[in-house]
Design a binder for this molecule. Structure first.
Ligand SMILES: Cc1ncc(COP(=O)(O)O)c(C=O)c1O
Length: 461
């Protein structure tokens, strides 16, 4: 079925709030197939995907080994019984996620303290290392990202008995009725406010070191006024506009949580699995959370998410099951999703994609930075930023207002030329780069050249 017919069917039969269409047919395209860094539309046109489809296709679209693992699992066991009769892939994935997070972080920090000891030790001294048992993680599986956030919120309430949650301006944690309390933009929550129990309190998300003192004061004030069980934060705000906080931000939140008996929940649904140049973005500042939320790139394309918590926190929060799990769902820990996640993680490891993301991210920023002075002009100005393969080009008018129309026109123009990008941020004036981590430097360079052309021409799509 061709593009126009598909779009018409959706117009007729899908809620009209879901899909945005341009009357001139310039948006959207209909995806027919995808492979690696490329997508083909229903008309057979090929595109370079600079979004990895919301960051999901980290190891490339339809990665052969991930698809194979999914197909094999599908043929063998398509569905097990969530919280009742489990299957082996779920057990393997739970262990793998513990190894990748809390157990690895424990090893990293032991390695760091050993390094520091070696540096400070007098020559010839014998070093003693603590052979303390590494902390493990325990997992609650779910389907969408927002559900992983809600698992974390429930865990924090059970563990601390305190209902309040501190989140941040610009945060996006998903749109379920729990997560919505911590998602900042009113466009998502306002229509449902009458049914929402507001337990979210918002502080400024800092992007400059000078803002840290203000943020600390705001958070301390909330802690004084409310019973707060958790701080929930994205280490880099993704949908909020690729907002990168100073490196001292997460250590500050860790300290504030420890002082006040609250849990630190990191939402790494976008930033996890190598997106920012490390396995998880918290590793840039060496902070270990109490709970981490994962989704998107976890499987490379199957709806599976996970909340991984420090085992002692999870055990303190959740009572042992007496036959009726108090938090579960029909498809919890879906066998196909678990098999794909195990294969996806193996691909990320085998291809060393987190390290590749770090290298290519530096390369991409080198390509993007010159745009700041090359094409900024009297009608708009550009700022670029990024970490790993999560980068942004922010466009402003000379008076400082967001240049939404220019950004959206550029994205439509790029789509027309065969490049898929997304706008981010409250005003949609940020063009984001979150390509598959398998993209090559020439492909990135080409995308930047095209972006420069459409911006320089400020041509409509
Ligand atoms: C940081 C973050 N958290 C949570 C979510 C929600 O995930 P989902 O859309 O799978 O519910 C998103 C989605 O973009 C996200 O970027």
């Amino acid at each position: 079925m061709k593009t126009a017919q598909t779009i018409q069917l959706l117009r007729d039969y899908e809620s009209r709030n879901v899909m945005f269409t341009e009357s001139d047919g310039s948006w959207p395209i209909v995806w027919e197939r995808a492979n690696g860094v490329h997508v083909w539309d229903a008309e057979g046109k090929k595109y370079l995907d600079l979004t990895a489809a919301f960051g999901v296709a980290a190891a490339g679209h339809a990665n052969r080994n991930v698809v194979k693992a999914g197909q094999k699992q599908m043929a063998k066991l398509l569905h097990a019984m969530g919280d009742v009769h489990p299957h082996v892939r779920k057990a393997e994935l739970a262990q793998k996620l513990s190894l990748l997070t809390f157990e690895r972080w424990g090893q990293l920090s032991q390695g760091q303290s050993l390094k520091a000891k070696v540096k400070d030790a007098p020559p010839g001294a014998t070093l003693k290392t603590k052979n303390s048992k590494l902390k493990t993680g325990k997992v609650i599986f779910s389907n969408s990202g927002f559900e992983a956030v809600e698992s974390a919120l429930k865990t924090a309430l059970l563990a601390t008995k305190k209902r309040g949650v501190i989140a941040f301006a610009g945060a996006y944690h998903g749109l379920g009725y729990g997560a919505l309390n911590a998602t900042h933009r009113k466009i998502f929550s306002a229509p449902f406010r009458s049914q929402l129990r507001t337990f979210g309190h918002f502080a400024t998300f800092p992007t400059q070191p000078a803002e840290l003192a203000l943020v600390e004061a705001q958070i301390r004030k909330i802690f004084r006024r409310e019973k707060i069980g958790a701080i929930l934060v994205e280490p880099i705000q993704a949908r909020g506009g690729t907002n990168i906080p100073p490196r001292e931000f997460l250590p500050l939140l860790r300290k504030l949580c420890d002082e006040h008996g609250a849990l630190l929940i990191l939402d790494e649904i976008y930033t996890g699995f190598g997106r920012t140049g490390k396995w998880f973005a918290c590793e840039h500042s060496g902070v270990t959370p109490d709970l981490i939320c994962l989704g998107k790139a976890l499987t490379g394309g199957f709806p599976l998410s996970a909340c991984v918590g420090r085992a002692d926190v999870m055990d303190a929060a959740w009572p042992a099951s007496t036959g009726e799990a108090i938090h579960t769902s029909t498809f919890l820990g879906h066998p196909v999703g678990c098999a794909m996640a195990l294969a996806q993680i193996t691909e990320l490891e085998k291809l060393d994609l987190p390290a590749r993301s770090a290298e290519l991210g530096d390369f991409l920023l080198e390509q993007l930075r010159p745009l700041q002075f090359e094409i900024s002009n009297r009608t708009f100005q550009i700022r670029v930023r990024g970490r790993g393969l999560m980068a942004a080009v922010e466009i402003h008018l000379p008076n400082g207002k967001p240049a939404t129309e220019i950004a959206l026109n550029a994205i439509k123009g790029l789509l027309h030329r065969g490049y898929i990008f997304l706008p981010e941020g409250e005003h949609g004036n940020i063009i984001s780069f979150t390509p598959p981590l398998t993209i090559t430097p020439p492909q990135l360079s080409k995308a930047v050249v095209e972006l420069k052309k459409v911006l320089a021409a400020d041509e409509p799509g």
